[in-house]
Design a protein around this ligand. Structure first.
Ligand SMILES: [Zn+2]
Length: 313
């Protein structure tokens, strides 16, 4: 049965908490969201988190923005969706659980009204946010990885805006079909930002706080939130250039000997490897660069990446 999914302009405009009762593939899947709107609807921003259900920094930051949005004067409107994939969030898994369809919501946008559970969920979220002007989609390293703070953007003119995320490396996100921020960036005249920080199956509290600070700055800078003065972006952040990931082609355990933010050289030992038969060897880096993501969950399966390195300046 086709799910009737409202678009943003059809949603109630009162400030506060709202529930959208979606039934997707026969499952009740409520999406909680919060909107605040001034006398004018535009500009409109959306903040999304927990597209992956094991990423807690964006969730906590979105909950902070949710609270903050009730205390400020808006010039436009704001939609906050702290949990985009409730099924994955309940199990604290990256993907939608297998009993639904096991898909990665972050490779499924813009989704389909006739598709599987995750495809219909993507379609619902997409309809909610596609009419907005600004999107900030919050991610993290989840259970498996530790991530550097990455302030991702798509259009060159949005780099300075993304740099309002404190202490982040500014990152031109590579096009990846199905990613919410990428698909949004392909619509006409949209500001689309995708941010990363933390992970390791825990909550990086400082990262979550700085996410919230960055979001408040972006909402002020784009005219969604009232600010006494617009912050002039000071582009002092380092930038991420070309990135390389090192993938492992067997199962085993990886014990890293480097950390996020470190600089490694090609040929440098980056960790120890333990095979299923308990044989040990060292893993050396195939590339040189700054570590922007590192596998910190030791159990690794063939095809996983161990490290993500970037040229930085
Ligand atoms: Zn994610």
């Amino acid at each position: 049965m086709k799910t009737s999914i409202p678009k943003f302009e059809q949603l109630p405009k009162s400030q506060g908490r709202h529930q959208l009762d979606l039934t997707i593939a026969g499952m009740s899947t409520p999406i909680y969201w919060q909107v605040g709107q001034s006398s004018q609807p535009q500009p409109c921003a959306a903040v999304t988190a927990m597209v992956h259900g094991d990423e807690f920094e964006g969730f906590v930051a979105a909950m902070e923005i949710w609270k903050w949005a009730n205390t400020i004067e808006l010039h436009g409107s704001l939609m906050v969706i702290p949990v985009c994939n409730p099924a994955a969030a309940m199990d604290a898994t990256r993907h939608t659980p297998d009993r639904f369809d096991g898909l990665n919501l972050a490779r499924t946008f813009p989704g389909s009204s006739q598709g599987s559970f995750t495809e219909q969920l993507a379609h619902a979220i997409w309809n909610l946010i596609r009419e907005t002007d600004v999107l900030i989609d919050l991610h993290s390293g989840g259970v498996g990885y530790d991530y550097a703070r990455l302030a991702g953007y798509y259009r060159d003119q949005d780099a300075q805006l993304s740099a309002l995320f404190p202490k982040a490396l500014v990152w031109s996100v590579p096009p990846t079909p199905g990613v919410l921020s990428y698909e949004f960036s392909r619509l006409h005249d949209k500001i689309s930002l995708g941010w990363e920080c933390g992970g390791e199956a825990r909550l990086d509290r400082k990262g979550a706080e700085d996410y919230a600070t960055g979001i408040k700055r972006v909402l002020t800078q784009t005219g969604v939130a009232h600010g006494t003065r617009k912050r002039k972006p000071q582009f002092s952040n380092r930038c991420v250039g070309h990135t390389q990931s090192q993938v492992i082609n067997s199962d085993g355990w990886f014990l890293p000997l480097t950390t996020v933010g470190a600089t490694v050289e090609q040929g440098q030992i980056i960790g120890q490897w333990i095979c299923p038969d308990l044989a040990r060897r060292e893993i050396v880096s195939q590339y040189s660069g700054t570590v922007i993501a590192l596998r910190t969950l030791p159990r690794v399966q063939a095809g996983d990446y161990l490290i993500l390195l970037a040229e930085t300046n």
